[in-house]
Design a protein around this ligand. Structure first.
Ligand SMILES: NC(=O)c1ccc[n+]([C@@H]2O[C@H](COP(=O)([O-])OP(=O)(O)OC[C@H]3O[C@@H](n4cnc5c(N)ncnc54)[C@H](O)[C@@H]3O)[C@@H](O)[C@H]2O)c1
Length: 428
């Protein structure tokens, strides 16, 4: 394989980026098996005011709790929410969290002025679940501050309510959780950027596994909201060259490297960049262009099903790191594998947000109540766990051609088979 864009060093000298190691035997073009079984529960709700449909799918309950965010987008379907809930179950299992997986999804445009009302009525309708069994959080189209505001308005405090209410001192636990979420770190608030930090370290782990120098490695990112924006920030900070960033309005491209902090400053509340204030030298391309631009790493960080058989041959990257949930369809993933392009799966690459929320709830981070200490222990724990998992996945890919998703599901498999609580859930 060749690099399509020759990377340049700071003084304009080319940097050697070795070709990505391709397994001696490429996997057959069969979809990597995704473990399947009936979800524990599916609920569909119709908003009496707008007619919008909303869904909750609980894939697995463990310790009586399932965890997973709530998304809002026009066109969101029950089967999409079911895929996402299954992914959450794999995520909690792979990161050894003592809870099951779930997801909420509402078929409505988050930019519609009625969207907050729809979200509030959805949460009210799901009250028995969010009161006791479903810990939800932000997701596509629903920022954390918004879902927290809605929970507060309906008298449930914060979106982790079902877990917090199990604590011996819920008021103290709520204060600890809020402090952790709001701790100031480079790039924003810890609760907003931690998921993207994990994605950035999945990308850095891939570069390390393939022997690529960070400064010589290029990355293209689709979606620059909570996840993509955080990933872009920390990749830029680490010295990787972010050459393309796309939002819902289009793709911004500069092969010399985008000024990530400057562009992130130009975002609105929906993760879209103000095109009237773009720095010089940034090319504006169609939204779909980001998939095929020359970059070593492609990070889909927006919609589900971003890579399908229709565009999988357009992917120019040498590795795909999924920040978005269900970003690659099974068929597209098999086509990429047959071309020697591994996919670091969503339930590992983007698990930082969910894993960290539970580390905070379980008291594995944040007990000091000191922002700097919380930030340091959170970053260290996530960086270490992500590096270990990505290394394991890509070493098996290089050595035996095993798709990373299969290896990852192997990490999760024993826990997925155990729907009963194996460890008591204790919220300090
Ligand atoms: N927020 C989290 O904590 C979290 C955690 C794990 C996984 N995820 C997943 O990450 C993905 C993004 O979630 P988020 O919370 O960052 O969303 P967000 O709403 O904060 O940002 C979405 C971004 O994607 C862009 N976008 C939307 N449609 C696009 C398209 N067709 N092409 C290019 N860009 C497009 C938007 O303009 C915005 O920049 C979702 O798949 C979500 O499930 C989110």
């Amino acid at each position: 394989m060749t690099t399509m864009q020759e990377p340049m060093g700071p003084l304009g000298t080319p940097i050697e980026v070795p070709a990505a190691p391709v397994p001696a035997v490429l996997p057959a073009a069969a979809a990597p098996a995704r473990r399947d079984r009936e979800p524990y529960l599916r609920v569909t709700w119709t908003d009496p005011v707008t007619g919008a449909r909303g869904h909750l799918v609980v894939h697995t309950l463990r310790s009586g709790i399932a965890t997973g965010g709530t998304r809002m987008r026009a066109g969101c379907t029950l089967s999409e929410v079911e895929d996402l809930a299954r992914g959450m179950a794999a995520k909690t299992a792979a990161f050894d969290l003592p809870v099951g997986g779930a997801k909420g999804g509402i078929d409505f445009d988050p930019k519609d002025p009625r969207a907050v009302g729809v979200l509030e009525r959805f949460c009210e309708a799901m009250r028995p679940w969010i009161d006791a069994h479903w810990v939800t959080a932000e997701d596509l189209g629903v920022p954390q501050h918004l879902i927290d505001e809605v929970f507060a308005r309906i008298g449930l405090g914060q979106s982790y309510h079902a877990a917090i209410s199990r604590s011996a001192d819920p008021a103290a636990t709520l204060a600890r959780v809020r402090q952790g979420l709001d701790a100031r770190v480079p790039g924003g608030l810890l609760g907003d950027v931690i998921g993207g930090y994990g994605v950035a370290h999945a990308c850095l782990g891939a570069a390390s596994a393939f022997g690529w120098a960070v400064a010589g490695t290029t990355v293209a990112i689709q979606g620059i909201g909570t996840m993509g924006g955080g990933a872009a920030w920390y990749l830029h900070e680490a010295g990787m060259r972010v050459v393309a960033m796309a939002d819902a309005a289009g793709t911004l491209y500069d092969p010399a490297g985008l000024d990530v902090p400057a562009l992130l400053e130009l975002r609105d509340g929906f993760g879209e960049i103000d095109r009237t204030r773009l720095p010089a030298g940034v090319a504006q391309l169609p939204r779909s262009a980001v998939v095929g631009l020359p970059a070593d790493v492609f990070v889909p960080a927006a919609i589900s099903y971003a890579i399908t058989p229709d565009n999988s041959y357009d992917v120019a990257a040498r590795v795909v790191v999924e920040a978005a949930n269900a970003a690659t369809t099974p068929e597209a993933e098999a086509m990429l594998a047959a071309r020697g392009v591994p996919v670091v799966p969503d339930f590992v690459a983007n698990a930082g947000a969910a894993a960290w929320a539970w580390w905070l709830l379980l008291g594995r981070v944040g007990m000091s109540r000191d922002d700097a200490v919380t930030a340091e222990e959170s970053f260290t724990m996530l960086r270490t766990q992500m590096a270990d998992k990505v290394r394991l996945l890509l070493d098996r890919w290089v050595a035996d051609g095993v798709p990373p998703r299969l290896t990852g599901l192997g990490l999760a498999v024993s826990d997925l088979d155990d729907t009963a609580a194996r460890s008591a859930l204790v919220i300090p």
